[in-house]
Ligand binder design. Structure first.
Ligand SMILES: Cc1cc2nc3c(=O)[nH]c(=O)nc-3n(C[C@H](O)[C@H](O)[C@H](O)COP(=O)(O)O)c2cc1C
Length: 190
C-alpha cells in the first residue's frame, strides 16, 4: 500500500510539516509505504495549458513533476497538507496541483476508451492550517483539494483543519493538535 504525503509549506519545520509528520506517523502504525513529497524542494512549473497531455495523458513539461507522477499513479492515498496563504493553498503546492491536469486528461481518455481505471482508485485527504479563525478559512483549499483528487481519480475522504496557528512553533506547542493529527492518520485504513 503506497501513500503519498505532500508537504505544501515553504517553511521548513513549521506547522504543516509537524502536523503532516504526525498524520503520517498515525498512518504508518497501520503499515504501508509512505512517500514524502516536499513541494518547496522541487522545481515545478505551473501548467502551461498547452494541451500537450490531451491525447496521451502525459505531461510534456520536463521538470521535477516527472518524478511525482509515478508516485501519484501508484498511490492508494494522497494526503495533501498546506498552510493557508491568502485564503488558498500555497503557490508551491498549487503548481504541483495544476500539473495534475495531465492525470485528468488521462482519466478522460480512459473513460472515452472504456479502459480500466475509470473507478475511483484511491482516497484523498487534506490537512490545512491558518493563523486566523475565520469561518470560511478553509473553504477555498477544500474545493481545490476536492477537484484535485477527482483529477487523480480519487475521492475526497476527509480533512483536518487547524485555526489560530501562526508562529513556526505553534503546532509544536499544541500537544492536543499533534495528538489529533496522529489519530486522524490512524483512521486512514484500507
Ligand atoms: C504569504 C502568507 C499568507 C498568509 N495568508 C493567511 C490567510 O489568508 N489566512 C490565515 O489565517 N493565515 C494566513 N497566513 C498565516 C499562515 O497560514 C500560518 O502562519 C501558518 O501557520 C503557516 O504554516 P507553516 O508553519 O506550515 O508554514 C499567511 C502567511 C503567509 C506567509
Amino acid at each position: 500500500m503506497e501513500i503519498v504525503g505532500i508537504y505544501g509549506s515553504p517553511r521548513k519545520g513549521g506547522n504543516t510539516d509537524k502536523l503532516l509528520d504526525m498524520v503520517l506517523k498515525g498512518v504508518h502504525s497501520n503499515g504501508g509505504y509512505i512517500n514524502r513529497v516536499y513541494a518547496r524542494d522541487l522545481k515545478i512549473l505551473g501548467c502551461r495549458g498547452c494541451d500537450g497531455c490531451a491525447k496521451t495523458g502525459i505531461c510534456v513539461v520536463k521538470d521535477d513533476m516527472q518524478e511525482i507522477y509515478p508516485l501519484l499513479e501508484d498511490a492508494k492515498a494522497v494526503i495533501l497538507a498546506s498552510p493557508i496563504f491568502f485564503y488558498g493553498v500555497t503557490s508551491q503546492i498549487k503548481s504541483l496541483i495544476d500539473r495534475g491536469q495531465a492525470m485528468w486528461a488521462r482519466k478522460r481518455l480512459n473513460e472515452k476508451n472504456e479502459t480500466p481505471g475509470t473507478q475511483a482508485m484511491g482516497k484523498g485527504y487534506l490537512i490545512a492550517v491558518g493563523a486566523t479563525k475565520g469561518k470560511n478559512l478553509f473553504e477555498c483549499a477544500k474545493l481545490v483539494a476536492k477537484y484535485y483528487f477527482d483529477a487523480l481519480n480519487m475521492t475526497y475522504e476527509d480533512g483536518l483543519f487547524f485555526r489560530g496557528m501562526e508562529s513556526i512553533d505553534a503546532a509544536d506547542k499544541n500537544p492536543e493538535a499533534l495528538q489529533q493529527a496522529y489519530e486522524f492518520g490512524e483512521k486512514i485504513k484500507f
